[in-house]
Design a binder for this molecule. Structure first.
Ligand code: SAM
Ligand code: SF4
Length: 339
């Protein structure tokens, strides 16, 4: 496990967090709640989710302290809030403001259902980037997939995000064979019309129940081919982000695909996660968690917590092995981990 000095201008201010495979970790995903107002088929069962008791959920103060340690000790430069549905957590803009004041790029992933109510306050609090999940543009199918009749509210939430000046607004669409993959080109057109970047996501084995199988995964290459046939695109050189990006040749925006299953991007992974109850994870698919809540609620000082982060990152593995015989499915769903 190595830590390298990092600097801001001339000054050495901390050390980079580099995992055993040489990847610098600098992106933190924080789940603010395990609760949700939707019940997406691929994420939660219709009934019977056991919610965490409130006292087990990290307070805003605890989240802010943990984020500050990651930023001050290791130079983290991105934080994304997620869940469950982050907008069901009361006073979320207050947390966004606390994090934005730490000087880090703060983003949010939401299902968008209540975004009309919150978009302005979030933007004023310092939120910049927002990803809104939307898996069908057809009301009946939307209802079937989310078990909620709320397509219009989500579309209005997307409009509210744009009105509030959040930029970029991205749409996350999980594609599933025979379920919504006939909407690939519709989604591309939707993004172009509204000036939004649509990112197609391969279905991953993280859902409640046992729905996932490889046949349900729509490979990124197939998605790109379908779009290119309808509306020609060309690749954009990729950075460390998970999405492969493509631009439309007519200049009307871009589209992304996240090929977590068919072309894992683990080699460029720079992220770690904190669950709503303060468990630290080095991968979505990790089987081990590190209890940061106990430390945050103990007498431990910031340095001790920073050292615990270093130890945890020292266990980050090279990559997940979805689809291979040695793959172990995490015992928790995406909503419990924080997608
Ligand atoms: N509730 C918010 C939302 O839906 O955007 C944030 C949490 S949700 C778990 C984060 C993202 O994970 C969403 O874009 C959702 O579509 C995606 N997701 C959930 N389960 C998934 C799965 N099994 N495979 C791929 N993506 C999944
Ligand atoms: Fe809720 Fe998001 Fe999971 Fe859907 S994907 S059930 S909106 S947490």
């Amino acid at each position: 496990m190595h830590r390298y000095p990092y600097s801001m201008g001339e000054e050495i201010v901390g050390e980079q967090l580099v995992d055993p495979f040489g990847r610098t970790v600098r992106d933190l995903r924080i789940s603010v709640t395990d609760r949700c107002n939707f019940r997406c088929q691929y994420c939660m069962p219709a009934e019977g989710m056991q919610w965490l008791p409130r006292e087990e959920i990290l307070s805003f103060e605890e989240i802010e302290r943990f984020a500050r340690i990651c930023i001050n000790y290791f130079g983290f430069d991105g934080i994304r809030l997620t869940g469950g549905e982050p907008l069901v957590r009361a006073h979320l803009p207050e947390l966004v403001e606390r994090l934005a004041l730490l000087g880090v790029d703060t983003a949010l992933t939401t299902n968008g259902a209540t975004l009309r109510m919150h978009a302005k306050a979030l933007a004023e609090a310092g939120l910049k980037r927002i990803n809104i999940s939307l898996d069908s543009l057809q009301p009946e199918r939307f209802l079937e997939l989310t078990r909620r009749d709320e397509l219009d509210r989500v579309l209005d939430g997307i409009a509210a995000a744009v009105d509030a000046g959040l930029k970029p607004v991205k749409i996350n669409a999980v594609m599933m064979r025979g379920i919504n993959d006939d909407e690939i080109v519709d989604f591309a057109e939707f993004g172009r019309d509204k000036g939004l970047t649509v990112r197609f996501i391969e279905f991953m084995p993280l859902e409640a129940g046992d729905v996932w199988n490889e046949d349900l995964v729509v490979p990124a290459d197939e998605i790109v081919e379908k779009i290119n046939k309808a509306i020609p695109i060309e690749p954009i050189v990729r950075g460390s982000e998970p999405a492969e990006r493509w631009r439309y040749l007519d200049g009307k925006g871009e589209v992304g695909v996240i090929a977590s299953v068919t072309k894992p991007f683990c080699g460029d992974c720079d992220r770690v996660r904190l669950t709503a109850e303060g468990q630290f994870r080095t991968c979505l698919f990790a089987v081990d968690e590190f209890d940061m809540r106990s430390l945050l609620r103990s007498e431990a000082n910031d340095e001790e917590i920073a050292n615990a982060i270093v130890d945890a990152v020292g266990t980050k593995w090279a990559g997940h092995s979805i689809g291979q015989v040695n793959f172990i499915r995490p015992s928790r769903t995406m909503s419990q981990i924080g997608g």
